[in-house]
Design a protein. Structure first.
Length: 253
């Protein structure tokens, strides 16, 4: 748990959002996403208000709109799926620019796009204001199963190691004059992937043996506790509480 690795999404800062304890932010984002998912898709205005709430949080955290929009590109596969729904879904049809579209498919596409985009945006803000090590501490504080936290910790810690191993193998191939130019070179790339898997597995075995020799018994020692005051919990709860009020109005109006 003492990994000092950072990640590309994190943006160093000293905003009120950065200073919140990690488990408070994780709980707030989870509650916010849950509220968004529970909102009726017909309440279009509610999703606009959710976007305003996230924009206010991003502004407080000093996360620029351009940065946020760039990171939202990760949901493009879901956008592509949503775009197809009006064409393939059944039920009542409507005409738009001479094209027959499914009404149910249009609502389904809107539902996926609105809720998915808000969920991804909330996650990006969380990752932009919380270091990886703090996220792991927060998950541990929220009583996530210890084994899952350890797996995430090792994945983060040794992801860079495996990437560097792959880089060295690529340099070795190029130094011998190899360049992947077509299908006939797929065999070489497949052998590279197999070799990388074997090296990674062997490295994992050595790391596990080293841990056992140092007294590892199935759980990592906790060297730092993530704590939060009532005021910090109240500040973190502002986003999901406001979203809950919007959701209730969406059901009642």
């Amino acid at each position: 748990m003492g990994s000092g690795h950072s990640h590309a999404l994190y943006r160093h800062g000293d905003s009120p959002v950065h200073r919140l304890p990690p488990h408070c932010k994780i709980a707030a984002v989870f509650a916010f996403v849950l509220v968004v998912v529970c909102t009726p898709r017909e309440a279009v205005w509610a999703f606009a208000l959710y976007a305003v709430l996230l924009a206010a949080v991003a502004a407080t955290a000093k996360v620029s709109a351009g940065y946020l929009l760039k990171r939202l590109l990760i949901e493009i596969p879901f956008v592509a799926f949503a775009v197809l729904l009006p064409f393939v879904a059944g039920g009542e049809r409507t005409e738009f620019l001479g094209i027959s579209l499914s009404v149910a498919g249009l609502w389904g596409a809107w539902n996926i796009l609105a809720k998915g985009t808000l969920g991804v945006a909330a996650s990006v803000i969380l990752a932009s204001t919380t270091e990886l090590r703090a996220l792991l501490l927060g998950l541990q504080r929220l009583r996530l199963p210890s084994l899952l936290v350890q797996i995430a910790s090792f994945m983060i810690r040794y992801g860079d190691v495996i990437t560097d191993e792959l880089r060295r193998m690529s340099i070795a191939r190029r130094s011998r004059g190899f360049e992947a130019r077509g299908v006939r070179h797929w065999g070489v790339l497949a052998k590279t992937a197999g070799a990388l898997f074997i090296r990674s597995y062997e490295r994992g075995e050595r790391v596990h043996l080293a841990m056992l020799s140092r007294g590892y018994t199935g759980s990592m020692p906790v060297t730092e506790e993530a704590t939060a005051s009532r005021a910090q919990w109240a500040h973190a709860a502002a986003l999901p509480t406001a979203a809950l009020a919007v959701c209730l109005m969406g059901w009642l109006l």
